[in-house]
Design a protein around this ligand. Structure first.
Ligand code: HEM
Length: 303
């Protein structure tokens, strides 16, 4: 038998072997249901360019707890607030580790960074230090004036900057809300500092009346009826449980100061005279949900 005939003879056998190994592996490990994984690439083809939307579609078919496989790794996808609570609060000691990418290991971040350390003593020490010395309400109050005069346009990290960009996009896209946000009679300066504008939790929140992420309705966050700080599992943009975001207080303040200044100080014109209703509102998946096209808007001094 020549090389190619041997290969064409062996290939279907290898494929069948891989298939049965995966299927029996899934049965034995009693993983939650999920789409059938192909050898090597697993469920990669089940994800589109917008994986958050693909996961929501898959969850409709396989239920609120499903398993997916990517390469050698199995992922469990939770699509229900009650199950999320079990994972992130009740049993969070079991699920508080993070897979560390090789790129992070190369620069030793897994040994020193709060984000990548396992939940041991060193992680606990860093968490306590950041809570007491960096992000406590007292410390933030003391440094408020610096942020107001200087930290204004420096949106620390990806999460904060993309939240601001999305908020600006929605405000420009909905000029009546931008106008309302400027008008203290409509939103109220006191109430404004309690509100928070964000997109997230795409699949889960779509199911709940409380938060439909496709609609920009910032006033629903007024009166503090919706908790976004990790207690109400319908909406946990900062995570929940022991690995939840320690920067929540500073993010809350930075977002309000930056967004408030951008709204109050400037009027906004879209590049090339694009009309608000013609804006591209598509998203691009990444570490955070970015915009597909960055917002290009020209600030005009607000009269
Ligand atoms: C809109 C802004 C922000 C959002 C939406 C956000 C969201 C998150 C989320 C979802 C997590 C992971 C939680 C989990 O795994 O359960 C996280 C972790 C973290 N965030 Fe934020 N964050 C924001 C701003 C910030 C800021 C401003 C800082 C610091 C100045 C910060 C520092 C951290 C750190 C250090 C962790 C890792 C904590 C740990 O693993 O123990 N975040 N954040």
């Amino acid at each position: 038998m020549d090389y190619f005939s041997t290969l064409s003879f062996l290939f279907p056998i290898l494929l069948a072997l891989a298939y049965t190994t995966i299927v029996s592996g899934r049965r034995k490990s009693q993983l939650p249901p999920g789409p059938f994984p192909l050898p090597i690439i697993g469920n990669l083809l089940h994800l589109s360019d917008n994986p958050h939307q693909s996961l929501a579609t898959l969850a409709k078919r396989y239920g609120p707890l499903m398993s997916l496989r990517f390469g050698t790794r199995t992922s469990i996808v939770v699509s229900s607030p009650d199950i999320a609570k079990d994972f992130f609060q009740t049993h969070d000691h079991l699920f508080s580790g993070r897979p560390v990418p090789d790129s992070v290991r190369v620069v030793d971040h897994d040994n020193y960074s709060l984000v990548w350390l396992p939940t041991g003593n060193q992680w606990q020490r860093l968490r306590r230090i950041s809570k007491e010395y960096l992000f406590s309400v007292r410390r933030l109050d003391a440094s408020e004036h610096i942020r107001q005069q200087k930290e204004l346009f420096i949106a620390g990290i990806d999460t904060t900057s993309s939240t601001i960009e999305w908020a600006m996009v929605e405000l420009i896209h909905n000029p009546h809300i931008l106008e309302a946000a400027r008008n203290p009679r409509l939103l109220g300066a006191k109430k404004m500092h309690k509100s928070f504008v964000m997109y997230g939790q795409w699949g889960v929140t779509q199911k709940f009346d409380i938060y439909d992420p496709d609609k920009f309705i910032p006033e629903r966050f007024l009166e503090g009826k919706i908790d976004y700080k990790g207690q109400s599992f319908e909406l946990i943009p900062f995570g929940a449980g022991r690995r939840s975001c320690p920067g929540i207080n500073i993010a809350h303040r930075m977002l309000h100061i930056i967004l408030g200044s951008l709204i109050r100080e400037f009027d906004w014109k879209l590049e090339e005279n694009l009309r608000a209703q013609d804006m591209n509102m598509e998203e691009k998946f990444g570490l955070t949900l970015q915009r597909k096209l960055p917002l290009m808007a020209i600030p005009l001094r607000f009269k």
